[in-house]
Design a protein around this ligand. Structure first.
Ligand code: ADP
Length: 358
């Protein structure tokens, strides 16, 4: 007779390489059933975008199959994204588990392109995703996601627009294209407040926030209003860009927002004709910066005509050309980002960080 104890002992051999714990300790094993040598259980992961999902499933099957008397193993994979812990004086948006700002030092490094592709990539893994375009000076998310409709009022606030399975609110919905934004701090803070509390976000696993470049009032307000899971920083590889990106990173850390990682955009160019790879903006800068910043390098995105064309046509490259190396790069970064969210939330559950509220 195969016992529950035997199965759990076997499953303790399976380690999550990101969370550095075994899957039993992590509480992943659910609904364990043993009947006549047939073992069935569910692995409840912390994200549907788990980068090692297949590996965990395969290893769990193997170790249980090796128990004498086991004839068949059935593993069902599910995921439940855990929320960031609320911190003193700061409450989560009800129903929204993780808020992830995407920042950059300079403008034009591809922050909006990255935010949109990551949001869509995460949604395609099965996660519930929102995208808040708070880039007040150049709100390009509606263009990148091909949104033509306006958000409508709902019962409890503005109803976000659905684009490819992502719930979207953009500053661009509320500013005429021919209007320049010349707002003082309190106006910007009001917009952020509206976007946080006046929008019917519903249940979300991840809310990605596309920030304006730099270290201004929007960033400050966001950090002061809600507990953020952590920021992703986008930069191009040149030293000058990375130096400015570092200022954004320092700001987030000063405001007690952890850094989930660095994303290098326009990393290298692959000639569409001969396939030769050219590091036009130098190479190795992101690795050096990530090491200096003690933050993970989440991945690198090539400089590719297809990325720009897809964005201009209103269908991000992860959907427009899903088998391209560019789409693969975005998907890998989305998985790595989701893993960092899980790591961060687990760490905080184990050793709650003291956060300062302003
Ligand atoms: P930011 O939000 O940092 O200002 P955008 O995302 O608006 O930058 O990108 C600026 C321009 O660069 C856009 O035209 C966009 O399509 C293009 N772009 C961004 N990333 C890439 C890339 N990896 N390859 C090719 N073009 C890109």
């Amino acid at each position: 007779m195969v016992t529950e104890q035997q199965v759990l002992t076997a499953l303790r051999q399976v380690m999550d390489p990101d969370l550095h714990r075994d899957i039993v300790t992590l509480g992943f094993v659910k609904e364990l059933q043993i009947r006549d040598g047939e073992v069935a259980f569910t692995l409840l992961l912390t994200t549907p975008a788990c980068p090692v999902k297949d590996r965990l499933q395969q290893q769990a099957e193997e170790v249980v199959k090796a128990i004498p008397g086991v004839r068949r193993v059935q593993v069902e994979m599910k995921a439940e994204v855990r929320p960031t812990a609320p911190s003193p004086g700061l409450n989560l948006i009800p129903g929204v588990r993780n808020v992830i700002p995407v920042g950059s030092g300079k403008g034009g490094v591809g922050k909006s392109t990255v935010s949109a592709n990551l949001a869509v990539a995460l949604a395609r893994t099965g996660a519930r995703v929102g995208l808040m375009d708070a880039d007040i000076y150049g709100p390009s998310i509606p263009t990148i996601l091909g949104i033509t409709e306006m958000p409508q009022p709902g019962g409890r606030g503005i109803r976000p627009v659905d684009a490819y399975g992502v719930k979207v609110i953009s500053a661009g919905f509320f500013i005429r294209p021919d209007q320049a934004v010349i707002w003082r701090g309190p106006m910007l803070a009001k917009m952020v407040d509206q976007f946080l509390t006046g929008v019917e976000w519903g249940e979300l696993d991840y809310l990605i926030v596309d920030l304006p470049p730099g270290t201004g009032d929007v960033q400050l307000t966001l950090c002061q209003r809600i507990p953020l899971t952590g920021a992703a920083i986008v930069s191009t590889p040149q030293d000058v860009a990375l130096q400015v990106a570092e200022k954004a990173l320092i700001m987030f850390r000063q405001l007690r927002c952890p850094i989930l990682g660095l994303i290098e955009n326009m990393s290298y160019y692959v000639c569409p004709h001969c396939g030769e790879r050219d590091n036009i903006f130098d190479t190795g800068g992101a690795e050096r910066a990530a090491e200096r910043w003690q933050a993970p390098l989440l991945g690198k995105i090539p400089l590719a005509t297809g990325i720009r064309q897809a964005s201009d046509s209103g269908r991000p490259v992860v959907l427009e050309d899903p088998n391209s190396p560019s789409a693969a790069a975005f998907l890998e970064i989305a998985r790595n980002l989701a893993a960092q969210v899980s790591i961060r939330n687990l760490k905080e559950a184990e050793e709650p960080a003291v956060r300062i509220s302003f």
